[in-house]
Design a protein around this ligand. Structure first.
Ligand SMILES: [Zn+2]
Length: 333
């Protein structure tokens, strides 16, 4: 009997919500939950329940504790989705592995509330000598963590300690459509125009390299590309082949560099975004970098709306849109 696995990417507005299912065993891995928005959570819960084979989720992975990744869990747990285990590099866990003398007052409320609820179900990750978390093997899946590393966890740890700074730190970047096609082509052409994301919570994001059967996918959360590059280089493979990459940070200009793409051989790229946000996600510059690196690249987007269509036509892309708010990727081996 051949094995097959499906990856579902749901429309979680400008957030991430992905579900990986082994169709032979029913084993399921949920990656992130979208934002804390009732209407979005309810839609996601219905979609998830429709595709689950068992009436529970075996493992949920929370890449980091920004609302657009962690926010939905509150509703998920209330609405009777049983989740057996969690991987969550929560603040409490980071505090344990990187002790700091200062006590934080920051209200990482969603993080703390969720942690209290699921504490006995958390699978703790182990930091290895090379500064990254140790791989885990579960069902037929091997999960390698390409982000964060110790340096990013340390930076996140000190960021948390500056509670008040967080409130002032709300920079709004330009919307995607505010640049011309010429400017987009220029910025995508060379990494001298690339400025990496410096936001610490994104730096703490898990990036998952998941291998099963003969397939391999890379789900980047909101990770910083330099950490992923560093991890790929440590493998000593010249080019790493993937069946699909979930681009980091909703396609932000600061999270996909040419130097990352050059280390990767992949035809399918997934963007989790609604193109309707003040951050300018997805950035046409990141999308152009993808196409420059592989002219046959297919770009899948989780939202079908006029804003996404405007980016598509202004910058000459060809997006693949979800059907009933769900993208489905099937792997047979
Ligand atoms: Zn995000």
């Amino acid at each position: 009997m051949s094995n097959n696995v499906t990856l579902y990417a749901f429309d979680a507005e400008n957030g991430d919500c992905l579900l990986l299912i082994n169709n032979n065993t029913g084993f399921s891995i949920l990656i992130d939950s979208g934002p804390n928005k009732k209407i979005v959570s309810e839609r996601l819960i219905t979609s998830i329940k429709n595709v689950l084979i068992n009436d529970f989720i075996d493992l949920a992975i929370i890449t980091h504790n920004d609302d657009d990744h962690i926010g939905g869990f509150k509703s998920f747990l209330k609405k009777d989705i049983t989740i057996n285990n969690f991987i969550f590099n929560s603040y409490d866990y980071i505090k344990k592995i990187i002790p700091s003398p200062r006590n934080t007052k920051i209200s990482l409320k969603q993080d703390k509330d969720l942690f209290k609820n699921i504490e006995n179900k958390i699978i703790n990750l182990e930091l290895t000598e090379n500064g990254y978390f140790l791989d885990i093997n579960i069902d037929i899946f091997n999960i390698k963590f390409r982000s964060p590393n110790l340096d990013k966890l340390n930076k996140y740890r000190s960021w948390i300690n500056k509670e008040e700074k967080k409130l002032r730190n709300k920079k709004i970047s330009k919307s995607s459509i505010s640049i011309t096609n010429d400017e987009c082509i220029k910025r995508a052409s060379n990494d001298i125009y690339f400025k990496e994301d410096t936001r610490e919570p994104n730096g703490s994001s898990l990036a998952l390299d998941i291998a099963f059967g003969t397939s391999r996918i890379l789900l980047l959360g909101d990770a910083h590309p330099s950490v992923v590059i560093n991890s790929l280089i440590q493998d000593n493979e010249e080019i790493t082949k993937y069946d699909l990459i979930k681009i980091s940070h909703h396609g932000s200009e600061k999270n996909t560099s040419n130097s990352l793409l050059e280390l990767i051989d992949c035809d399918n790229y997934l963007i989790c975004s609604n193109a309707k946000n003040s951050h300018g996600h997805p950035s046409p510059v990141s999308l152009k970098r993808i196409i420059n690196n592989n002219e046959h690249a297919k770009i899948y987007v989780t939202k079908n709306n006029s804003e996404m269509k405007e980016i598509e036509s202004t910058f000459n892309f060809n997006f693949i849109y979800p059907l009933n708010s769900i993208l489905e990727f099937k792997y047979e081996f």
